[in-house]
Each structure stands twice: as structure tokens, then as C-alpha cells.
Ligand binder design. Sequence first.
Ligand SMILES: Nc1nc2c(ncn2[C@@H]2O[C@H](COP(=O)(O)OP(=O)(O)O)[C@@H](O)[C@H]2O)c(=O)[nH]1
Ligand SMILES: [Mg+2]
Length: 238
Amino acid sequence: MRLSIIIPVYNEADTLEEILGRVIAVDVGMEKQLVLIDDGSKDGTREVYPKLKERWPEVDMSIKLMDVNRGKGAALREGFAMATGDILLIQDADLEYNPEDYGILLKPLTDDIADVVYGSRFRGGAAHRVDRFWHMVGNRFVTLLSNMATDLNLTDMETCYKVFRREVIDGVKFRCNRFDFEPEFTAKVARPSKSGQHWRVYEVGISYAGRSHDEGKKISWLDGFPALWAIIKYRFLG
Ligand SMILES: Nc1nc2c(ncn2[C@@H]2O[C@H](COP(=O)(O)OP(=O)(O)O)[C@@H](O)[C@H]2O)c(=O)[nH]1
Ligand SMILES: [Mg+2]
């Protein structure tokens, strides 16, 4: 088995090398491929890439640099096309999520009880930085609406940690370019596969060290609107 770790990167000069180090350090019991997609970072992140290749020459690392910024969803689409693994895992390039959770995220897949695993920030006993209340309310609200549309019972639809067998996205077209990728992905995963089966969706509790906008967070409450639109659109459209 081979794991492709897809990392969307936009203006993450302060954290990119550190998160890569953490990703590379985890032993997941299978080969790892790293796929980094950067669309137009302009904070010095671009200067970090040659350093990464130099520091970890033995690591299977593909880096795609694009000039025009389009958003996390568009970057992930590029990343999916470059992924060669049997299992795909989405990893943000900041330090909010902890690669040491890969073991618990992958277990339901390697045990073959799941096809898709979400890492939930609102489930389980792992350490959580006490985060802003209204941000949590926003996340819960969007998750609630997504659940109403998909009839999945997730606690954290917006989580970055989505891990899945490649068959789950085979033939699926993703259209959302920005943070509305999350509800779009969820809506499409909730649908039956080509052979008419429902994907087995699992959730595991993960640790979380949320960052503030001063620390580089890009998502904001304004991204709630495209997310709501995506929930409605993919409930009724293809
Ligand atoms: N390539 C690319 N990555 C992005 C873009 N916007 C955000 N990201 C990445 O997506 C991840 C999540 O962004 P973040 O601001 O931390 O939002 P949150 O963690 O979902 O609240 C980080 O790795 C960002 O660098 C973008 O326009 N292009
Ligand atoms: Mg983040």
C-alpha cells in the first residue's frame, strides 16, 4: 500500500519546513508520496522549496508551483491528479493538525472497515487548544447543514483531515476552488459509488492546535457563504 499526502500551500513560509519535517517523521507502515501544490505564494514560501528537496533528497516529493492563486480546492484538484497512492490524505501546511494522528486516521482503512475517514476536532480526548467560540459555532453550523443535506452524521465536516481510498474519487469531478471544497467533497462522498454502494465513512478524534488570523489563518466567516451554497448545490445537482 502507498499513501499520497496532498498538501495545499499558500503563504506558509513560517510553517512549511516544520510541517514537512513532522510529516516525514511519521512511520505509517507504508510508502509515502508527498504532493505539494502552491498557487502563487508571495510571502517567501517559494524560496523554501529548494531547501526541502535539499534536506530530504530521499523523500518522494512532487512540488507543483502555479503562478495564479485559485484557492485550496483548485490546488487539491491538481494534487489528486498527481497522486499515485492507494490511499490519499489531505494535510494542511500550517501546524494546526498533527501528523502523529496518521496512525489513528489510517487504521479504519487498513483494517478495511472504512473507505473514507474524517479526523474530527470535536470528538475524542486528544489535546485541543482552546479555540475561539464563534469559530467553533460556525464550524458546527456548517457541519449541521451539510449533515441535513447528506444524511451523514459527521461532527466536523470542515476538518482538513480527510483520508480515503483512491477509488472514492475515481471519476468524481470536483469544481469548488476555495474552502467550499470541504462541503463539495462531503456531498460527493455521501453519494453511492458507481456500483451503487455507499462508501463506509468513519470519524476519529484528532488533536488540534488552532491558529488565529494573526498567525496566518486564511479561512474566515465569509467563506461560510460559498460553503452554504455548495451544500445546497451538491444536494440537488451533479
Ligand atoms: N494552494 C493553496 N493552498 C491554500 C489556499 N488557501 C489556503 N490554502 C492552504 O489550505 C490550508 C488551510 O488553510 P487555513 O487558512 O489554515 O484554513 P483552515 O485550517 O481550513 O481554517 C493551508 O495549508 C493553506 O496554506 C490557496 O489559495 N492555495
Ligand atoms: Mg489551517
